[in-house]
Design a protein around this ligand. Structure first.
Ligand SMILES: Cc1cc2nc3c(=O)[nH]c(=O)nc-3n(C[C@H](O)[C@H](O)[C@H](O)COP(=O)(O)O)c2cc1C
Length: 198
């Protein structure tokens, strides 16, 4: 798959085939995160791979908050793996800069997963204390973002959108998932000037 194809394929998947991701592949996925950008190259983020406790973690996350009737994946559609991105509570890094690194880290994990035929979903809505307890993390370890991973069992469709349109993702009557995405001319603030000048 080419780069543009991978980016389009990298949607938020919330239903998975009941199939494990082998440990070797998980390490290969996280190996790529050695190479990401990091403020002052401090590399303060750490990753916690969750397999055995996946069902317990499932209870502590919220799926697709914008779809009120969405109850999350059915029992046999749950992700087999979660990766929890954490930081040390004593970290000296500027919080905004560290969050920027979390974004880069999560996208890197998801794209590496896509390359291997998997997919996932960032989960920012979770009960931090409960997650920490389930994983036996000390008070010094702060979970920042959870990434669900597995082999997707659903197609997610992109719908072109303009500024002002609703950007809420939705499902149709057949439960197909649609995600509105702004066009490039809506993303680039000086799109018109740029084309007049160059
Ligand atoms: C930082 C962050 C946190 C998110 N948290 C959640 C979440 O808690 N639950 C969920 O179902 N999706 C979550 N998402 C996924 C978004 O809903 C999703 O990216 C958005 O609907 C666009 O769909 P797409 O990823 O397919 O482009 C999160 C995404 C990001 C970047």
């Amino acid at each position: 798959m080419d780069w543009a194809g991978m980016l389009k394929k990298n949607r938020s998947y919330r239903r998975f085939i009941s199939k494990d991701i082998p440990n070797k592949e998980l390490i290969e996925i996280l190996e790529q995160n050695r190479f990401i950008a990091s403020p002052h190259n401090m590399q303060e983020l750490r990753y916690f791979i969750v397999k055995n406790e996946a069902d317990a973690i499932f209870q502590e996350v919220k799926w697709a908050a914008l779809i009120t009737e969405h109850e999350g994946p059915k029992f046999d559609e749950r992700p087999p793996v979660y990766i929890v991105i954490v930081r040390d509570s004593q970290s000296k890094a500027n919080a905004a800069a560290l969050w920027c690194e979390v974004g880069i880290a999560s996208q890197t994990i998801l794209l590496s997963a896509i390359e291997k035929g998997y997919g996932g979903c960032c989960l920012g809505a979770f009960r931090e204390d409960r997650v920490r307890k389930i994983l036996g993390l000390s008070e010094d370890v702060v979970p920042l973002l959870i990434i669900a991973l597995g082999q997707p069992k659903e197609d997610v469709h992109i719908v072109p959108a303009k500024t002002g349109d609703s950007l809420k993702y939705y499902k149709n009557e057949k439960s197909a998932h649609y995600v509105p995405k702004l066009e490039v001319e809506d993303l680039i603030l000086n799109y018109r000037e740029f084309f007049q000048t160059y």
